[in-house]
Design a protein around this ligand. Structure first.
Ligand SMILES: Nc1ncnc2c1ncn2[C@@H]1O[C@H](COP(=O)(O)OP(=O)(O)O)[C@@H](O)[C@H]1O
Ligand SMILES: [Mg+2]
Length: 312
């Protein structure tokens, strides 16, 4: 069952130096209880997609397409209805935990706030629930953690607090934007464990945004690879790691340390002067004449979808 259905989403920012085509005609859906990884290099449009879903984009953004959540188009609902959905149905964990937590309040009080406001829980019940959540999220002394301020905790711990806050209302969808960015390996491991806990305990659907393929591999059921504002391949994660289809996906996998750090040639194209045809063609070892003329459609291969003429 689809819980989120994004259709033909495009986001353009008007800037003094020209229009930035950040997301182009992108469609994908998220199923109930599914974790979908959205993977791609910095600047390819991952956060813009996340922010479009909860409509938190700056004024200079022009958004077209539709984002259906349980049948309602999030791009069309009133601000007040959307606010309710943001608080109770779709939780987003932003990229930088230290900016998302209020430095002036203890982490505990930030966890109980939504419980008191939206679940109308008593203070004592919400504190009990918060401490239980902190325990679930791996804090060995949850009562102590409850009374701490964000600055007293490490980046990884604050990330776990954000995940606890996201879990409090048992949302239908959790969007996590780069939850492991900047963390060392051990903490990445912790965060992966926490997400596994969320998946087990919460039954939420998760959009996991990451540039880290190994995190995507461990946590996601399906994976969508983005390149320069477009999804170029989407399908089952297991199949992807066995045999990535798009030449860019192959290049991305080959850049992993265990596969020899072979980076793809060249750099990502400008989002202002966008190349014609397939955006990857200037860097593609398999390019044919048609690749620079017309953007390929999605082709089906092995129950997956890939935007490349090789699979026509
Ligand atoms: N407010 C904005 N104004 C202009 N361009 C923007 C704005 N926000 C993001 N962009 C551009 O949109 C593109 C996608 O950004 P983003 O979604 O943040 O990438 P990432 O995949 O790293 O999360 C980038 O080229 C970025 O520079
Ligand atoms: Mg981002």
């Amino acid at each position: 069952m689809k819980i989120l259905d994004i259709c033909d989403l495009s986001v353009t920012f008007s800037t003094p130096v020209g229009d930035v085509f950040a997301v182009n005609n992108t469609s994908f859906s998220l199923n109930e209880n599914e974790t979908l990884a959205l993977v791609g290099e910095t600047g390819c449009g991952k956060s813009v997609i996340a922010n479009s879903i909860i409509r938190l984009l700056p004024q200079n953004a022009k958004v077209t397409g539709s984002i259906l959540f349980k049948g309602i188009d999030l791009l069309k609902v009133s601000e007040s209805e959307l606010e309710k959905i943001r608080q109770q149905e779709i939780s987003i964990i932003f990229q930088n935990p230290s900016l998302s937590l209020n430095p002036l309040y203890t982490v505990g009080s930030q966890i109980i706030e939504p419980l008191i406001i939206h679940k109308k829980m008593s203070k004592q019940n919400s504190i009990d629930k918060a401490i239980q959540l902190l325990k679930t999220m791996g804090f060995s002394n949850p009562s102590k953690a409850y009374g701490m301020y964000p600055y007293q905790l490490s980046g990884g711990m604050n990330q776990r607090i954000l995940l606890s806050i996201a879990m409090t209302l048992n949302p239908s969808i959790i969007i996590a934007d780069e939850p492991t960015k900047g963390l060392d390996n051990e903490l990445v491991r912790d965060i992966i464990d926490e997400f596994n806990t969320v998946k087990r305990v919460n039954n939420s659907s998760i959009i996991l945004i990451t540039h880290d393929l190994s995190v995507a591999r461990e946590l996601s059921d399906r994976i969508a690879i983005m390149y320069s504002g477009e999804i170029i391949e989407i399908g089952e994660t297991k199949k992807f790691f066995k045999k990535p289809l798009h030449p860019y996906s192959q290049a991305l996998l080959n850049s992993l340390p265990e596969r020899g750090f072979i980076a793809p040639n060249g750099t990502s194209p400008s989002m202002i002067n966008v190349p014609r045809g397939c955006k990857f063609h200037p860097r593609c070892p398999y390019k044919k004449q048609e690749c620079s003329k017309k953007i390929p459609l999605f082709y089906s291969y092995d129950d997956r979808s890939v935007r490349c003429y090789l699979f026509q």
